[in-house]
Design a protein around this ligand. Structure first.
Ligand SMILES: *Cc1c(COP(=O)(O)O)cnc(C)c1O
Length: 375
C-alpha cells in the first residue's frame, strides 16, 4: 500500500491538531478497492480520467491496484502519469489540441487519440500509422448531472464519415462517447451503444474498440449508485447490438473512481442570528462543484468535545470564507440544530473535482491530503 496511513481516521487527526484550514483526508484502501471493483466488474480495459484528481497519491495507488492506462487531456497530465508509471498507456481524449500538444503526445507514444472533426484529424498527421483514433459521438441523452455533448462530439452522420477517413488514412478506427458526468442511469449508455452499432454498420467499418467514457455516478445523495448494473447493461447492449464480433470495451471513469477515497472537512467559522453559517471552504475551494451539481447529503458534524452532532436537522444558508458574494451554496443545507462555531463539517465522497478545482482565492483553499486508514 502506498502512502502508509499516519492516522486511523479523520476524527483522530482533527481532534489532535484542531486545524483551522479546510482539510482533505485520503484513504488509499478505499481507492484501491474501487479500482478493483471496476477491474472485476467492467468487461474491458479500465483507464482513469486524470482530470478528476491528478494527485500523485491517487496515481500511485491506482497503479498499485493494477491500473496501467490513463485518459489524459494535456501534456502536464501526461507527464504526471509517466512520472509514477513510466510504461503507462496514454489515451489523449481531449478532442481539441494545439500542434505543440500533438508533438508532445507523439514524442510520448500516446496510444489513442479522440477526434470530433476533420480539422483535428488533420492535426494528427505525425501520429504513427495504425494508431487508434476514436471518433467522439454526441447524442442528446438525459440522465447525467450536466451534458458534455454540447461541447464535444459529432452527430451520427459525421461520425460515420470521420470513421471512413480514419480508416482511409491508415489509422485504427474506434468510437468513444461520454454520457455526461454523475450519470446513474444504465440506459444512457444503452442508447449510445445502439447508435454506435448502427453507425459502424452504415459506415461499413469494423470498430477496433468502443470507449464508453466516464460519467459513472459517485455516491452523492440517497443510495449508492449500482455500478455493476451499469457494467452489466453495457455488456448486454454490446452483445445484443454487435453480434458475433463486438469491439473490445474501454471505460475511463474519473469521478466514480476517486470520489469515495476522500473526505473534505470544513470548519464552522461563524453562525449568524438569521441561521446562516460561514465555513472555511466554499465554491472557490474544494466545494466548487456544489454550485453546479448541488451538495452531497453525506455530511456529518464533529463537535469540539469529539462527539458527533445528532438531533433534528435545521436547514442553513451556507457561505464560503472568501469576500465574494457568489461564494455560497445554491440551496440551504440541513445540519444538526446544535452545531456550533469551531465544529468540523465532514463531507464524504469528495475526491473528484475538489482538489483539482480548489483555488487559493483570498488566501483560502485546500492543503495537501492527510492519509488515513479508514474514512
Ligand atoms: C472528464 C472526462 C472523463 C471522466 O468523466 P467522469 O464523469 O469524471 O467519470 C472521461 N473521459 C473524458 C473524455 C472526459 O473528458
Amino acid at each position: 500500500m502506498h502512502n502508509s496511513p499516519n492516522w486511523p481516521d479523520p476524527r483522530a487527526h482533527l481532534l489532535r491538531h484542531r486545524p483551522d484550514t479546510a482539510m482533505v483526508y485520503f484513504c488509499p484502501a478505499v481507492l484501491q478497492a474501487t479500482a478493483r471493483r471496476f477491474r472485476q466488474g467492467f468487461d474491458g480495459l479500465v483507464t482513469y480520467a486524470v482530470k478528476a484528481n491528478a494527485g500523485e497519491e491517487v496515481l500511485t495507488n491506482l497503479v498499485a491496484a493494477g491500473i496501467r492506462a490513463f485518459d489524459v487531456a494535456s501534456p502536464r497530465e501526461m507527464y504526471a502519469v509517466r512520472a509514477v508509471c513510466p510504461d503507462a498507456e496514454l489515451h489523449y481524449h481531449n478532442p481539441v489540441r494545439s500542434p505543440e500538444e500533438v508533438a508532445v503526445a507523439v514524442a510520448l507514444g500516446v496510444r489513442s487519440y479522440s477526434i470530433d472533426c476533420e480539422s483535428e484529424l488533420d492535426k494528427l498527421a505525425d501520429v504513427p500509422e495504425g494508431t487508434e483514433i476514436s471518433v467522439r459521438l454526441a447524442l442528446p441523452v438525459a440522465g447525467a448531472a450536466y451534458d458534455f455533448g454540447e461541447k464535444f462530439g459529432a452527430g451520427p452522420e459525421r461520425v460515420a464519415a470521420l470513421l471512413r477517413m480514419v480508416l482511409a488514412r491508415g489509422y485504427t478506427p474506434s468510437v468513444t462517447f461520454h454520457p455526461g458526468t454523475q450519470c446513474a442511469d444504465p440506459a444512457a449508455w444503452g442508447s449510445y451503444i445502439r447508435v454506435v452499432a448502427d453507425i459502424a454498420r452504415e459506415a461499413g467499418v469494423t470498430l477496433s474498440r468502443l470507449n464508453v467514457g466516464g460519467g459513472f455516478a459517485a455516491h452523492r445523495v440517497g443510495a449508492a449508485p449500482d455500478l455493476e448494473a451499469i457494467f452489466d447493461h453495457i455488456r448486454a447492449e454490446v452483445d445484443a447490438c454487435f453480434g458475433d464480433h463486438p469491439p473490445a470495451l474501454v471505460c475511463e471513469p474519473g469521478r466514480a473512481m476517486v470520489a469515495d477515497a476522500f473526505t473534505l472537512v470544513a470548519r464552522v467559522k461563524a453562525l449568524r442570528e438569521d441561521g446562516s453559517m460561514f465555513l472555511n471552504d466554499g465554491i472557490y475551494g474544494g466545494l466548487f462543484e456544489v454550485r453546479d451539481i448541488g451538495c452531497t447529503d453525506r455530511v456529518t458534524v464533529l463537535a469540539g468535545d469529539g462527539t458527533w452532532r445528532g438531533g433534528v436537522p435545521q436547514a442553513r444558508v451556507i457561505f464560503g470564507p472568501t469576500c465574494d458574494s457568489i461564494d455560497r451554496f445554491p440551496d440551504p443545507l440541513p445540519l444538526p440544530a446544535s452545531i456550533a462555531e469551531g465544529d468540523y463539517v465532514l463531507f464524504a465522497g469528495m475526491g473528484a473535482y475538489s482538489h483539482a478545482l480548489s483555488t487559493q482565492f483570498n488566501g483560502y483553499g485546500l492543503g495537501a491530503p492527510v492519509t488515513v486508514a479508514a474514512l
